[in-house]
Design a protein around this ligand. Structure first.
Ligand SMILES: Nc1nc2c(ncn2[C@@H]2O[C@H](COP(=O)(O)OP(=O)(O)OP(=O)(O)O)[C@@H](O)[C@H]2O)c(=O)[nH]1
Ligand SMILES: [Zn+2]
Length: 196
């Protein structure tokens, strides 16, 4: 289980940080900032040390009724890059091809949220989501597409405000280019989706 975020320690570090940038952490304006940041960090990093498999534990065996594909698209993605501790955010699209069991749909965003609530890089996050589903559901295949804009790319460094990073992680049958193309068509930008 998670040791949890040590809020007092974060607040002390933020006080130190404010001093280091030449601001006065004891001023009226900034006095409450360290504890606010500590609360924010407790949210951002709530997934550190938490095992996402717990959300897949109630997967149910479904004999011959599992369908061909389960896709949850447009899951809100919020994470923090491990390089700069700046947010990256966008959407996660998570698909799996069941073998003999399925899980409640809400488990998929919970897996995404838990793994995203850690210092991350986008590629590893996608791989961890895919591997969690692979281990927990033993499906025929998994495809995880993440699209995100990174604060460290938009607001500093190269300052590419509109650039988005798209990453793909796949396992099994959904690593096949044709099967993958079918799912990718389903997660086309919302405005350009076909009616099927
Ligand atoms: N692959 C990958 N790179 C990321 C991610 N988030 C941030 N980065 C990049 O990580 C790199 C960090 O590079 P460094 O050279 O250590 O840091 P930097 O000098 O601040 O890099 P610049 O951003 O180019 O100024 C940068 O290219 C970032 O754009 C991510 O999720 N995945
Ligand atoms: Zn970064």
């Amino acid at each position: 289980m998670s040791a949890g975020v040590d809020r007092d320690r974060v607040a002390r570090a933020v006080r130190e940080l404010l001093g280091a940038i030449g601001a006065d952490p004891e001023s009226d304006e900034l006095r409450a900032t360290p504890s606010r940041v500590a609360e924010s960090y407790a949210e951002f990093f709530a997934g550190v040390g938490v095992d996402p498999q717990q959300f897949l534990a109630d997967a149910v065996p479904v004999d011959g009724e599992t369908g061909e594909l389960v896709l949850m698209r447009d899951i809100a993605l919020r994470s923090v890059c491990e390089h700069h501790l700046l947010p990256f955010r966008g959407k996660a699209h998570v698909a799996y091809q069941p073998r003999d069991r399925v899980v409640g749909l809400s488990a998929l965003p919970r897996v995404v949220d838990t793994l995203a609530a850690r210092p991350q890089v986008q590629e590893r996050l996608g791989e961890q989501i895919a591997q969690t589903l692979q281990d927990g559901l033993d499906p025929l295949g998994v495809l995880v597409v993440l699209e995100a804009s990174h604060g460290c790319v938009s607001d500093r460094g190269v300052r590419e405000a509109d650039a988005e990073a798209v990453t793909i992680a796949s396992r099994g049958s959904l690593a096949d280019p044709a099967a993958r193309a079918e799912v990718v068509a389903l997660i086309a930008p919302a405005g350009s989706r076909s009616a099927l």
